[in-house]
Design a protein around this ligand. Structure first.
Ligand code: ADP
Ligand code: F6P
Length: 319
């Protein structure tokens, strides 16, 4: 291959720019040009792209978001738009594509590969919900954003002896809630992967009050319910008054952590290697600290499993 392209798709995440930078630098190192496609699959369909040279990815490693913008493009699910984009790529001499995004973007990458346009997936999402890789780019930064926010909430919770419900992102995965719960010392964590017992949550709050705890922090993943719904249940069932903080999109921003910058660099470079070896239809990831690549299809046939040992530990440590 002498020319490839890269795009970012779906929910953006801190570290995507580090991955973009690595794709360009690694490809150029091997004498391969890189076109940057703007606005994800929307730009792919329209052939909206610019040449990315070494200088164009300078000064971005520390920046959140994505210099290529991103999109959610439902029409791309239709074959005719996928073929239209492939024609635009061929007309520009682009021979392969690195897709940086979440599981939805991976599905698009697989469809393109099946249509003869080789793609390699790089896991870029804060959700950490892509099967086959232990971490996704953006998860660590989002986690640190959440615990910094909870530490701030805990200050006012202590001052006013109020309990707080903190609603976090993760779409259908509980990793952000689970890891943040442990890292921030939350009293209770609700995740989609585990059925919650409201009576147990109430009993835990009461036990804490009995031993002098002045407040509780309850983290709820958005895939379970909203923070306000949980507040309503606690009020109606046990007259427990709580305040609700929905962290929302601040979890998607911020300067990427060192871990996400390094992960973005390693995985972006690996994706170029795999593509240049002529192995489309692959995803790159991290397993036991090693960079790996695996069949893109595996990212759908398997289901991401939250590490439930953290769930048990979180309950034990917050008695
Ligand atoms: P993420 O990649 O973060 O999971 P989405 O689920 O929104 O975000 O997927 C991003 C984009 O990937 C979608 O807007 C759509 O363009 C494309 N996509 C998602 N699912 C499919 C699919 N089954 N076939 C083709 N393209 C898809
Ligand atoms: O997939 C990343 C993510 O931030 C999810 O955690 C969240 O549910 C979703 O995107 C929000 O999507 P949008 O930014 O389109 O509202």
């Amino acid at each position: 291959m002498k020319k490839i392209a890269v795009l970012t798709s779906g929910g953006d995440s801190p570290g995507m720019n580090a991955a973009i930078r690595a794709v360009v630098r690694k490809a150029n190192f091997h004498g391969v040009e890189v076109m940057g496609i703007n606005h994800g699959y929307e730009g792919f369909i329209e052939g909206r792209m610019d040449l990315l040279d070494l200088g164009s990815v300078g000064g971005i490693i520390q920046r959140g978001g994505t210099k290529l913008f991103s999109s959610r493009c439902p029409q791309f699910k239709e074959d005719k738009y996928q073929y239209q984009g492939i024609e635009k790529m061929k007309a520009a001499g682009v021979e392969g594509l690195v897709v940086i995004g979440g599981d939805g973007s991976y599905r698009g990458a697989l469809e393109l590969t099946k249509k003869g346009f080789p793609c390699v997936g790089v896991p870029g999402t804060i959700d950490n919900d892509i099967p086959g890789t232990e971490y996704t780019i953006g998860f660590d930064t989002a986690l640190n954003t959440v615990i910094e926010s909870i530490d701030k909430i805990r200050d006012t919770a202590t001052s006013h002896e109020n309990s707080f419900i903190v609603e976090v992102m993760g779409r259908d995965a509980g990793d952000i809630a689970l890891w943040a719960g442990l890292a921030a010392g939350a009293e209770s964590v609700l995740i989609p992967e585990e059925a919650y017992d409201i009576d147990e949550i109430i009993a835990r709050i009461r036990r804490g009050e009995a031993r002098g705890k002045k407040h509780s922090i309850i983290i709820v993943a958005e895939g379970v319910m909203s923070g306000s719904e949980l507040a309503k249940i606690l009020k109606e069932k046990a007259n427990i008054i709580t305040r609700v903080s929905v962290l929302g999109h601040i979890q998607r921003g911020g300067s990427p952590s060192a871990r996400d910058r390094v992960l973005g660099g390693r995985l972006g470079a690996k994706a170029v290697e795999v593509l240049l070896e002529g192995r489309g239809g692959r995803a790159v990831g991290i397993k036991n600290h090693q960079v790996i690549d695996y069949d893109l299809e595996e990212a759908f046939t398997q289901k991401h499993k939250a590490d439930l040992s953290l769930y048990t530990l979180s309950k034990e440590l917050s008695i």
